[in-house]
Design a protein around this ligand. Structure first.
Ligand SMILES: [Zn+2]
Length: 416
């Protein structure tokens, strides 16, 4: 039997593609007032005015009147670290990247009670309208999968991309051209838990490299190739801090000092910035999601746009750590596909995606419409989630409920 969800307004973004220019980001929103979203078996049959729906539909259906609310496509959190949820309030913030990382490193391990912290974090994500979360994981993918399936029970689509993270400089996971999967299963690079994720999570796994300064280049290349072969997204932290630049350029500095025992010696110098380095390694293409990109030169922006790599912005995390603010407007004007992520509780106050959207609007001076698109249709495009991003016939029946104040702002310039 079909189910009809009735709401005061439904923003559909129907027929839209990812917005990759300021004009596309700010365009008027397609929406239907006093509307219903009709779905069957998790698939949207249509979105239309309630009056039209009543006249047209014969036969049984179940009606859920959600009241005077504004529905929008499911929100997509494109970067998170749920397994660091127990570090909320325990890391050094506001002093820059290296003090933060130094405070995090000894704490990023299994501790009693972390399941509760992950559960609470998942609930916050879900309550804020997140229908899909791209989560970077190395220790707890099995647990996160289990808890996510419980929290999003009955969801029309699997709610996670599990980015299994490669970190370290031990020999690369496989010889060139070989499959990383064997090494993954052998547990050299991932915990055994990561290699035995239950279905359907295993179909929703991708690989991420931690960063250029913390993961062997051969491993990054192998992981990128593994993802590309399977049509999956490869992710890495990129251009987040000045210390990252310094470490790559000179093989010295505070980040190098912190990671001296972990990195190879000497650390190979690279006469360019992180984006140049990623480009040189062949890591930038339409399968790559670069996270943070706080420090992009005009040339970096051109490179990312030309390569059609997506960029995930994490404004509150960058502000909390004290690494500065991404130039989101310039990135949008360059034609980069931008999306939005909360990052983990080790660097952000909560995983509420609507709080992240409000912060992105304020910190980047973007319109409410632009950040809604970053957090929905663009996130879906960046993560290659074809059934999400808009509410229209044939897409998954997964939606978010926007908070009143934000919803009003989306239509403010239309009425006034
Ligand atoms: Zn991160």
């Amino acid at each position: 039997m079909p189910t009809a969800f009735r709401a005061r307004r439904i923003i559909t973004l129907a027929g839209e593609r990812a917005a990759v220019s300021p004009g596309e980001l700010d365009a008027s929103l397609r929406s239907v007032d006093n509307a219903v979203l009709l779905e069957k078996d998790g698939v949207i049959l249509g979105v239309e005015e309630y009056a039209v729906f009543r006249r047209r539909l014969s036969g049984a259906f179940s009606l859920h009147d959600l009241g005077p609310v504004c529905l929008a496509p499911a929100l997509i959190n494109a970067h998170c670290h749920l397994e660091l949820s127990h570090l909320a309030g325990k890391t050094r913030l506001g002093e820059g990247f290296v003090p933060w990382l130094a405070s995090l490193m000894p704490l990023a391990r299994t501790v009693p009670g972390e399941e509760e912290a992950v559960s609470a974090a998942l609930r916050c994500l879900k309550d804020s309208g997140v229908g899909h979360c791209a989560d970077v994981e190395s220790r707890l993918p099995g647990l996160i999968c289990e808890l996510a399936l419980r929290e999003w029970q009955g969801n029309a689509v699997y709610p996670f991309t599990h980015f299994l993270e490669l970190i370290g400089f031990s020999p690369p996971p496989a010889a060139e051209g070989e499959d990383v999967e064997e090494a993954l299963r052998a547990g050299d690079w991932f915990s055994p838990a990561a290699a035995s994720l239950p279905v359907p999570a295993s179909e929703h796994c991708a690989l991420s490299g931690h960063a250029l300064y913390s993961t062997a280049p051969e491993a990054l290349q192998a992981a990128h190739a593994w993802c590309r072969r399977r049509g999956r997204v490869f992710s890495l932290h990129l251009a987040e801090s000045p210390e990252e630049d310094e470490c790559l350029r000179s093989g010295s500095g505070a980040l190098r000092d912190l990671l001296r025992g972990f990195q190879p010696s000497p650390f190979p110098e690279w006469k360019g910035g992180p984006v140049d380095r990623a480009e040189h390694l062949g890591l930038l293409d339409a399968f790559t999601l670069a996270v943070h990109c706080v420090r992009l030169t005009p040339r970096d922006r051109r490179t990312l746009a030309e390569r059609k790599s997506a960029v995930c912005l994490c404004p509150r995390s960058n502000a909390a750590i004290g690494v500065g603010r991404a130039k989101a407007r310039e990135a949008a004007a360059s034609g980069i596909l931008l999306c939005l992520g909360t990052d983990g509780l080790c660097s952000t106050p909560d995983l509420d995606m609507q709080n992240e959207m409000a912060a992105a609007r304020d910190m980047y001076s973007l319109s409410a419409r632009a950040v809604l698109r970053l957090a929905s249709i663009n996130g879906a495009a960046a993560l290659r989630l074809e059934s999400l991003g808009s509410l229209e016939k044939g897409k998954a029946a997964v939606f978010s409920m926007l908070r009143e104040e934000f919803a009003r702002e989306l239509f403010y310039s239309d009425s006034g």
